[in-house]
Structures are given as C-alpha cells and as structure tokens.
Design a protein around this ligand. Structure first.
Ligand SMILES: *[C@@H]1O[C@H](CO)[C@@H](O)[C@H](O)[C@H]1NC(C)=O
Ligand SMILES: *[C@@H]1O[C@H](CO)[C@@H](O)[C@H](O)[C@H]1NC(C)=O
Ligand SMILES: *[C@@H]1O[C@H](CO)[C@@H](O)[C@H](O)[C@H]1NC(C)=O
Ligand SMILES: *[C@@H]1O[C@H](CO)[C@@H](O)[C@H](O)[C@H]1NC(C)=O
Ligand SMILES: *[C@@H]1O[C@H](CO)[C@@H](O)[C@H](O)[C@H]1NC(C)=O
Ligand SMILES: *[C@@H]1O[C@H](CO)[C@@H](O)[C@H](O)[C@H]1NC(C)=O
Ligand SMILES: *[C@@H]1O[C@H](CO)[C@@H](O)[C@H](O)[C@H]1NC(C)=O
Ligand SMILES: *[C@@H]1O[C@H](CO)[C@@H](O)[C@H](O)[C@H]1NC(C)=O
Ligand SMILES: *[C@@H]1O[C@H](CO)[C@@H](O)[C@H](O)[C@H]1NC(C)=O
Length: 530
C-alpha cells in the first residue's frame, strides 16, 4: 500500500523494517547499515504560542532517531541533512548509500545525516496518536526540529563540533520533505546555510485533480483515451442513476462488494494512482533506473491497449454498448481483466471492502489511535496540506468524477474527533502553509529542482500555474529536469558520469551549485557574527 503523496514506492518498502546494524565499511555501499542515534528533541518549540501551550502535553522532550554516514567526511566538510519526511529514517538509507547525499558527500568531503521526522518511524512523542497528541505535528514544529538539531547534534566518533551555524549545514528533501527543506531555509536561514528542495509542493490546494494531468499528457495515448472513454461512460451510468448497470459494471471488475461508488472508482484507478492509498506501482513509481522503480504502469497500459487481446476479452467491450447508442466501450474487457488478474491480488486479505484494501467507509477503522505513518500523514493533509486527489473538474478523466474532496475530508472527520486542546479545521488551512511564499517562494541559497513528468509538479516551483522561471542565480538556483518524475534526482548509481544524460546533468548542476555555496561560506559566517 502506498501513500499517494510520496514516492515511498519500491525501494522504501523493501528496506522498511530493517533495523540498524553496525556500519560495516567492507560491505557494498548499497547494503550499508547505520547505527541508530537518539536526539533529545523538544516536543514544543514555541513556548509563547497559545496554539501549543493550551495543551498540558506541551512540555518536555522525546527521542528522535538519526543516522549518519561519515565515509567521505574530512574535517572542514559540510553536513548534509537529509529531511526524512513522511516515512521512517531507515527507509531513507538509500539516499546515503547511493543517492543524492552520497553524490554530494563524495564531491565535497561531507557528512550525511538522516533525521527521522517527528511522528514517524520510532520518533513518536507519545505512545498513541490521539487528536490531542497530534497537536505538535505541524510544519512549524517540524522545521524547528531541523534547526534545533543542527545547533545541537553530536556525531559519535567524530571529534569536532559540527553544529550549525559554525559548520555549513545543507538540507536536502524530496516531496513533502522538499517543502520542509524550503521552509526550514526560509525561516531558519541564520542557522541552516543552504538547501535543495526537490519536487517540493510549495503551493497547495485542498483538491488536486491536476495529479492526473501529467499521466494524461505523457502516458501512451491509445491506453489513455480508452480509459478516458470508459470513465466517461461509467460517470454517465452514475449520472443517469442506472444503479443495476453500475452494479453489473463493478462485478465485471470483481469488485461488486464495493458499495460506495467512490471506493470502486478509486479501486479501478489503482494501477494509475488514486486518493489516499494505492497498492500498484503506478506512474509515480517509475524511475530512470529500473533498480529503483517498476514498469508496471506500462504493463497495465499495454494490457488496456492490447491489439492481440483474445476475443472473449474484447467481446466484453460490447456488454454495456446499449447504454451508449451501440458504441462499444473500447478496452473495457482488457481493463477489467487486468484488474481481476493483477490488482485484486494486491489485497492480501481478499476482503476488498475493508480498510486495508479499497473500502474506506468504516468510520471506526479510521478512529484507531495507534501510532502509524498513515495516520500522521493523513493528519498533516487534514490540517494544513490538503492536496486531496480528486476527479477532474473539466476535461478528460482517468479517475471518475464521483471522487471529490469530500471523499478524503470524510476520513479526516472520522479519524480525528475533537480533543480537549486540539481539533482539526473543517477543511485544511492551506493559506497558513501557502503564506510561506506559494509560487513566489524564495530564500537565499535555496535551490528548487523538479521533474516535468512528476504528477505533483503542478504544486511545485515549476508548476504550469507558476510564473515562467527565467532567472536562476547562484543565490536562487532552479532546474527543471526534462522527462523526470517525482524527485528522481534523489537516486544515484555511484557513478554520475554513467547516468543517463538528463539525470547526469542535473546531478552535475547540483554538485556545482553546492560547491558555489561552500566557497562563500566563510564570508557568510563572518556576516552572521557581526
Ligand atoms: C491532560 O489533560 C487531559 C484532559 O484534561 C487528561 O485526561 C490528561 O490526563 C492530562 N495529561 C497530563 C499528562 O497531565
Ligand atoms: C508509537 O507507536 C509506534 C508504532 O506503532 C511504536 O513503535 C512507538 O514505540 C510508539 N511510541 C511510543 C512513544 O510509545
Ligand atoms: C508558523 O510560523 C510562522 C512564523 O515562522 C507564523 O507566521 C505562522 O503563523 C505559524 N503557523 C501556524 C499555523 O502556527
Ligand atoms: C436512484 O435509484 C435508486 C434505486 O433505483 C433510488 O432509490 C434513488 O432514489 C434514485 N436516485 C435518484 C437521484 O434518482
Ligand atoms: C499485461 O500485464 C502483465 C502483468 O504485468 C504483463 O506481464 C503483460 O506483459 C501485459 N501485457 C501486455 C500486452 O502489455
Ligand atoms: C441494456 O441491456 C441490458 C441487458 O443486457 C438491459 O438490462 C438494459 O436495460 C439495457 N439498457 C438499455 C438502455 O437499453
Ligand atoms: C470496522 O473497523 C473496526 C475497527 O478496525 C473493525 O473492528 C470492524 O470489524 C470493521 N467493520 C467492518 C464492517 O468491517
Ligand atoms: C507573486 O508576486 C507577483 C509579483 O510581485 C504578484 O503579482 C503575485 O500576486 C504573487 N503571487 C502569489 C501567489 O503570491
Ligand atoms: C541502474 O542501477 C544499477 C545498480 O546501480 C546499475 O548497475 C545500472 O547500470 C543502472 N542502469 C542505468 C541505465 O543507469
């Protein structure tokens, strides 16, 4: 199951649950493990803010996990803080082993460190996650964690003081963590020297139907137009309240038990991606290197547009033709067959209408107060980030229009009943988040790097809705990687020159950018002191 925000796709799920072991220098880099360290983090960084102090939980500290790699470190080198975002610290190890942090460490004699986000992995302040206990899971607290950590971190085995601002701390984050990187540099630029924000959503909206635009535009068009036609026809059945036809249609996909039309719509969109959770490897799980991704999306599309599908499958295209003036629903048989053959099995319990598959209408399942990353991530969406994936308001659809923002908002309501000192807003307070700058976001020594084939790109610096980006400077650098998906620059293969050129040049640009900044560090440090 994947959160549809982040690309915690394949690599993450493989390494999930790996416990840190002794760092061994003789193992290949891609298998390096790191010792766990614990940082005493403040639960509340804002003792003067009534938002937090009205809670009786706003005192004290919690243990925040961190992991570091000093393989390349030489005294005088920078510290790279990898912002862990909405998943556990260990599931981010690849960034130190072979990814962007490895690339930058090697190029600059740096040290790399991963700080696990509060309320993820094992870095929970409380033993459960009630609405009251989640009060301290805000972007403001998270970015304050980064600054406080940089000012106080110790690295066992390393003799020198590597704290900020005396040492250059350079942040890197992808996706939600990219936005946290941008915000950290903007708010704590006197402590944190620089940052690279990759595929960072800096301008969020409550609903995000544009998630599908990239796929609509770049995926194989024979497949896409077939799905568009089928979704249009399904929406027609709904609009005409043809309930028995809708029922028959669901059964065709083996999903007759999904009584809620939106759950069904999300389920058949699983191979493409859908709101909240999906089980398939979708467009978002593609990668420039197959080691880190999966081409399942293209297999799905290959099935939907298969010119050699057997007759018993293509015949299904005519099943509902009498609702569309005799016109067949081209690709329906192949689509339904793919879902039945390859998607349903991704629900291990076989209970398709349960919360761990596609059924999302069981309110009490949402109300569980157990600490989980899913719950923490949902909370953040509900209070400040929104970006609920929904069907399109206009134009062709890959997800049925029955799915709108009320679908996900309902989960928020079920999951987070009002507590004593905290309650969620009726709709995410995206203004507070966008007030950091939105598409005009800017901070010194903050680089934005995006991919034009990223499903999240329309929330990012290089969004189609943002002003044209024509003035990159050393202080405000930016780069749009052509042909790249969601923070594809995070991945590396221990040889930049051997990478495909679109990634290679992005990495070379990142190395140059960081080196330019480092050359100016001494001057910055002096100006900070005066
Ligand atoms: C905080 O207040 C709540 C509600 O009044 C109470 O149930 C809880 O025990 C208190 N917790 C602490 C740590 O004092
Ligand atoms: C919160 O729950 C997580 C996982 O459910 C667990 O690992 C963690 O120890 C819990 N946190 C605390 C402080 O008990
Ligand atoms: C977050 O902090 C900023 C100051 O850095 C403040 O302006 C803003 O109101 C805070 N947002 C919330 C939701 O507390
Ligand atoms: C749709 O059909 C169902 C059952 O056939 C009926 O109960 C319901 O009232 C209809 N809804 C509308 C909006 O016509
Ligand atoms: C259909 O999907 C399966 C499973 O991914 C794949 O093995 C097969 O090659 C696909 N068929 C076509 C025609 O793309
Ligand atoms: C289409 O055919 C089905 C049976 O195959 C029938 O139940 C349905 O009423 C027909 N619909 C229309 C619009 O003719
Ligand atoms: C709803 O969720 C609760 C809590 O997980 C579970 O005990 C119950 O069996 C679920 N109900 C249904 C109908 O699945
Ligand atoms: C960005 O800045 C421009 C020019 O100052 C202004 O016109 C525009 O409204 C700003 N946009 C946002 C989203 O703040
Ligand atoms: C993909 O990654 C593997 C493992 O690092 C590497 O051996 C291979 O050459 C890479 N392929 C491409 C096309 O970069």
């Amino acid at each position: 199951m994947k959160l549809s925000w982040m690309s915690i796709g394949l690599v993450a799920s493989l390494s999930r649950g790996i416990e840190a072991q002794q760092t061994r220098r003789d193992v290949p880099r891609d298998q390096l493990q790191y010792d766990v360290n614990y940082f005493d983090q403040k639960i509340n960084h804002f003792p003067d803010s009534e938002i937090y102090t009205k809670s009786n939980l706003s005192h004290g500290t919690f243990s925040q996990r961190y992991y570091f790699d000093d393989t390349y470190y030489k005294p005088g080198g920078p510290v790279y803080l990898y912002i862990s975002g909405e998943t556990s610290g260990p599931s981010r190890f690849s960034n130190l082993q072979t990814g962007i942090i490895q690339i930058l460490m090697e190029a600059t004699n740096g040290l790399g460190v991963i700080l696990e986000n509060r309320y993820y992995g094992q870095s929970y302040p409380f033993s459960t996650s009630t609405t009251d206990e989640l009060l301290f899971l805000t972007t403001n607290q998270t970015i304050a964690d980064n600054a406080y950590f940089a000012q106080n971190a110790v690295f066992p085995g390393i003799d020198c003081d590597l704290t900020a601002p005396g040492t250059p701390w350079i942040l890197y984050g992808g996706s939600l963590a990219g936005a946290q990187t941008a915000l950290s540099i903007k708010v704590y630029g006197d402590v944190l020297y620089a940052g690279i924000a990759s595929s960072a959503p800096i301008n969020v909206a409550v609903g995000y139907p544009e998630w599908y635009n990239t796929i609509q535009k770049y995926a194989p068009q024979d497949c896409i137009t077939r799905i568009n036609g089928i979704v249009d026809n399904f929406d027609l059945l709904i609009a005409k309240n043809l309930t028995s036809a809708v029922k028959e249609f669901k059964a065709l996909f083996g999903l007759g038990v999904l009584t809620d039309d939106r759950d069904f719509a999300a389920a058949i969109a699983d191979p493409i991606g859908n709101p909240g959770f999906y089980h398939s490897s979708t467009w978002q799980e593609l990668n420039w290197n197959s080691t880190y991704g999966s081409r399942d999306f293209f297999y799905f599309c290959g099935n939907v547009s298969d010119i050699d599908a057997p007759e018993e499958i293509t015949q299904v295209d005519y099943l509902f033709a009498n609702y569309t003036n005799g016109v067949p629903w081209v690709g329906l048989g192949s689509y339904a067959n793919y879902v039945k053959s390859y998607v349903l099995e991704l629900c291990p319990s076989g209970d398709y209408n349960s919360n761990d598959c596609w059924g999302t209408q069981n309110a009490s399942a949402w109300a569980s107060i157990e600490n989980t990353s899913t719950r923490s991530y949902l909370y953040t969406s509900c209070i400040e980030q929104g970006a609920y994936i929904e069907g399109p308001k206009e134009g062709p659809a890959l997800l049925s229009r029955v799915v709108d923002t009320s679908y996900e908002q309902q989960w928020c309501t079920w999951a987070f009943p009002a507590g004593v000192s905290n309650s969620i807003p009726p709709t995410p307070d995206i203004d507070a988040y966008n007030n950091f700058g939105s598409f005009n976001f800017s901070a010194d020594r903050l680089a934005f790097i995006d991919g034009d084939q990223d499903v999240w790109n329309d929330l990012c610096y290089h969004s189609n809705f943002a002003p044209p980006r024509t003035a990159s400077t050393d202080l405000h650098p930016e780069y749009l990687i052509t042909g790249a998906g969601h923070h594809w620059d995070s991945y590396g293969i221990l040889d930049v020159e051997a990478e495909p050129q679109f990634i290679r040049e992005a990495h070379r640009w990142q190395i140059k950018t960081v080196n330019r900044w480092l050359r100016k560090f001494d001057g910055w440090k002096k100006s900070q002191k005066s």
